[in-house]
Ligand binder design. Structure first.
Ligand code: PEP
Ligand code: MN
Length: 333
């Protein structure tokens, strides 16, 4: 249930009302907007007499929310959430460019790519240290050493680092990581999501391989209801009928998610298509439909990449693309 308060209700009366809802065993999510405060009631609201609440002189309106996702729901939080990663803001009109290799391979590789993508306009560095590979015989990532190399690249460039966590027991290794990525294979690893909810760290949550939007939002709900509202959603393509490409990039997810949720939405055209030459056109299309950022795999030597070389673009291609992305953003304002 959503309770919209009238403008300029004093804190004392607002707190009294919140206290009453809490005494009924409900959680209360408070969203202070520029003009109005919205109270989102979480739990069994069947005990609440909505007509009685609507009749209170401090209440503007009352709505029942039928969707199962509450904290992530735009009705609970009408204004865009801005996730802050150091000095970088994501959402609410702030655009992020997350770029870097699929996997961290060596210090020379990650520092070199970090410098190149930063010069081209990226404001975050990605790189996998723990890699979820389909085959157990493929490169599994440098793990703890990979995280240390990412930190060196951050020190050299100032770029915040984004890397995937697969197991909550690895959390101590991620203490000094700026954004924790939950990959498509773990989007419904609910125990992991709950643990990440306790960290308070920005989480980049990818859509599951065959995940619906509702499933993605419910996964965000696991993180948020455990206390962490810093969630960035990522559309990375879904398994469907694509025969020539790795996945199908569902761009209509972007405006639909913006309607349903206040969380920022970024698009990953690299995993969505699996082909380097498809990345620039789909990145521009994603920008045109209003995403809050892009996640792009960039490698200095794609043919020799240890993972996802076929979909990785070179730093000079990324630089060209970044310029076009800015032009599309300007044009779609
Ligand atoms: C990745 O970002 O390298 C990755 C494994 O992505 P996804 O989980 O989307 O496949
Ligand atoms: Mn990859």
């Amino acid at each position: 249930m959503i309770v919209v308060l009238k403008p300029n209700v004093g804190t004392e009366r607002e707190e009294q009302l919140i206290g009453w809802f809490k005494s009924l065993g409900l959680g209360v999510h408070v969203s202070e907007g520029q003009f109005q405060t919205v109270l989102g009631l979480i739990g069994d609201t069947s005990k609440v007499d909505s007509d009685l609440v609507a009749s209170l002189d401090i209440v503007d309106s009352v709505k029942r929310v039928t969707e199962t996702f509450k904290c992530a729901n735009r009705k609970f939080h009408p204004e865009d959430t801005i996730v802050e990663v150091g000095n970088v803001k994501v959402g609410g009109g702030n655009f992020c460019m997350i770029a870097g290799p699929c996997s961290v391979e060596s210090e020379e590789q990650i520092v070199g790519i970090a410098k190149a993508v930063k010069a081209a306009g990226a404001n975050m560095l990605r790189g996998g240290a723990f890699k979820p590979r389909t085959s157990p015989y493929d490169f599994q990532g440098l793990k703890a050493e990979g995280i240390e190399l990412l930190k060196i690249a951050r020190q050299e460039t100032g770029l915040p680092i984004v890397t995937e966590i697969m197991n909550a027991s690895d959390l101590p290794l991620f203490e000094d990581v700026d954004v924790l990525q939950v990959g498509a294979r773990n989007t419904q690893n609910f125990d992991l999501l709950k643990e990440l909810g306790h960290t308070g760290k920005p989480i980049l949550l990818k859509r599951g391989i065959a995940g619906t939007l509702k499933e993605l939002l419910m996964s965000a709900e696991y993180i948020m209801s455990s206390g962490n509202e810093n969630v960035i959603l990522c559309e990375r393509g879904i398994r469907s009928y694509s025969d020539y490409m790795r996945n199908t990039l569902d761009l209509s997810a972007v405006p639909m998610l913006h309607e349903l949720t206040h969380l920022p939405v970024v698009v990953d055209p690299s995993h969505a298509t699996g082909m380097a030459r498809m990345v620039p056109p789909m990145a521009l299309a994603a920008t045109a439909c209003g995403c809050d950022g892009l996640l792009i795999e960039v490698h200095n030597d794609p043919p020799h990449a240890l993972c996802d070389g076929a979909q990785s673009i070179r730093p000079e291609e990324f630089a060209k693309l970044a310029g076009k992305v800015m032009a599309v953003r300007e044009a779609s304002k």
